[in-house]
Ligand binder design. Structure first.
Ligand SMILES: O=c1ccn([C@@H]2O[C@H](COP(=O)(O)OP(=O)(O)O[C@H]3O[C@H](CO)[C@@H](O)[C@H](O)[C@H]3O)[C@@H](O)[C@H]2O)c(=O)[nH]1
Length: 490
């Protein structure tokens, strides 16, 4: 299936959070790769697709660096981020730098002040074929409409979590008067009778009976704007979660979800030279034939000092070899010295995909942010699932109950905010790294890793074919100038 050979111009606008930006940058890379593979008629003189990425000054270096291998087809435009937002220190333009995630609402609301300059800039750009902007940046839909650009929303969530949120909301499982369950009582999801969920698996803004307030209003704006978009880009692949993709495809009047992932598989290979110290450490562990547990909790997790100390002691007790990436102070005096033979702590930004792809890594203690969980699956690494916030409890259920590629860490009170003891950490690490459960999950995850590669196989993979179809439809819109096409799949 080939798309029109005329040059296309795509605008991408990622939300200012690493977990949202990274997959959209990977999507840029996939678009270029796809375009290159399918426009064989192009004479090579002119790039057949150009991409403009909008961001803010503090985020630009990260983006330029991430895409340093494809700079000729990509232009990055910075729009100044507003200053004087209550509670947000000047220069903070990404959620990982926020003093607290409780500032998520004012931070996200503040992005709207980028709109006038965004639109001014759009006016002077070459004709845009389509725009993909983050679902959190609700106002970009209006900008796209002003310039008659088809807008697709990017959402970082997988289809399993979206489907469960949708089902629970449609059936008012937690919000209907009289239906209110305690935080931890398991209830059956009506559309998926084999799945039992707890109220605390969902973010409170979606389960509280009193649906109002700034967080709820922001969520509504984001959902409404996504609902009016031409489609939704999903970083996942059909074979991983087919019943949930089918469910989402069946929701009438909603924009069509397009599974085009796993996007981490388009990361370019790292040059063998410039190895960071932690990769050299992993190389050493490979020579010693020591399996390593990788420990990381994404870019937004807020972990108390007491909990950090407990994780440290649990890892020490487990005797497992571990590589722990954390920018927080572990706070256990003498810990690093005591574990230096089998543990390494890294405080820099790492290339997580490079770590997960290393032969020494045999397990991942993760908060189950969707990027981390999917990267682990694609690398064939079983997961020790410790969800902490957002949709992570549902991602953990997908990993442990549905796909059976992981083991769950339990908190003392059964809620994601609860405390985890050192004994729990230590026992579950041993279970994953040494036990029977570890063997089963390792075998299962390797099968999904293979399916993931197939999903993006050029010309034949389900995600590759989805992208071909999507681009074909978007090209038709451009040719016929029919901006109302692709709006829903009823
Ligand atoms: O030193 C680091 C730290 C992180 N990463 C990458 O950063 C991304 C982090 O994303 P994710 O694992 O999803 O974690 P969060 O940053 O916590 O992601 C937020 O966004 C995700 C996507 O919407 C949601 O699933 C999560 O719940 C939400 O917390 C991944 O690609 C990692 O590989 C690195 O490469 N190096």
């Amino acid at each position: 299936m080939s798309v029109s050979p005329s040059p296309h111009h795509v605008v991408l606008f990622p939300y200012m959070s690493k977990g949202h930006t990274i997959p959209l940058l990977q999507f840029a890379r996939l678009l270029l790769r796809h375009r290159c593979a399918t426009s064989s008629s192009n004479d090579g003189e002119e790039p057949s697709m150009s991409i403009t990425i909008f961001t803010t000054p503090q985020n630009k270096p990260f983006i330029s660096n991430f895409l340093s291998d494809v700079t000729s087809s990509i232009k990055i435009i910075s729009l100044p981020f507003p200053e004087n937002i209550a509670g947000i220190p000047p220069g903070v333009e990404s959620t990982d730098k926020l003093p607290s995630m409780s500032l998520y609402v004012p931070f996200t609301r503040a992005t709207k002040s980028l709109q006038p300059l965004f639109e001014e800039t759009l006016k002077n750009l070459p004709q845009v074929t389509f725009m993909v902007s983050d679902g959190f940046l609700w106002w970009t839909l209006d900008s796209a409409a002003k310039f008659e650009i088809p807008r697709l929303a990017f959402f970082g969530m997988n289809s399993y979590s979206s489907a469960l949120y949708n089902s629970v909301s449609v059936h008012q499982l937690f919000t209907k008067p009289g239906n209110i369950k305690s935080d931890t009582e398991p209830v059956t999801v009506p559309d998926f009778p084999w799945i039992r969920v707890k109220k605390c698996d969902f973010v409170p803004v979606c389960t509280e009976p009193d649906q109002s307030g700034p967080e709820f209003d922001l969520l509504m704006d984001q959902l409404m704007s996504t609902g009016k978009s031409r489609g939704v880009i999903v970083n996942s692949f059909y074979e991983l979660e087919s019943p949930f993709v089918d469910y989402r495809l069946g929701v009438r009047g909603e924009p069509k979800p397009w599974c085009v992932g796993p996007l981490c598989l388009v990361n370019p290979p790292k040059p063998e030279s410039d190895k960071p110290s932690w990769i050299e450490w992993l190389d050493r562990k490979r020579e010693e034939r020591c399996p390593v547990l990788y420990v990381a909790f994404g870019t937004q997790a807020e972990i108390s000092n007491e909990q950090l100390k407990e994780i440290a002691l649990g890892l020490e007790d487990s005797k497992a070899n571990f590589l722990w990436v954390t920018r927080m102070d572990v706070g256990e005096v003498g810990f690093e010295k005591r574990v230096r033979e089998h543990g390494m702590i890294v405080r820099d930004w790492v290339d997580q995909w490079e770590i997960l792809s290393h032969e020494s890594v045999k397990g991942f203690l993760s908060h189950c942010g969707w990027n981390s969980a999917q990267e682990s699956i694609c690398a064939g690494i079983p997961i020790l699932a410790w969800p902490m916030m957002a949709e992570q409890p549902l991602n953990a259920k997908l990993v442990v109950e549905e796909l059976k590629v992981g083991v769950r860490i339990e908190t003392e009170n059964g809620t994601p905010e609860g405390f985890v003891s050192r004994e729990e950490v230590s026992q579950k690490v041993k279970k994953l790294m040494e036990g029977e459960m570890g063997k089963t999950t390792r075998k299962n995850v390797k099968e999904y890793a293979e399916m993931a590669r197939e999903a993006l196989a050029q010309g034949t993979g389900s995600s590759w074919k989805n992208l071909s179809l999507l681009l074909e439809e978007l090209c038709k819109i451009r040719e016929t100038n029919d901006v109302n096409k692709l709006s829903s799949h009823d």
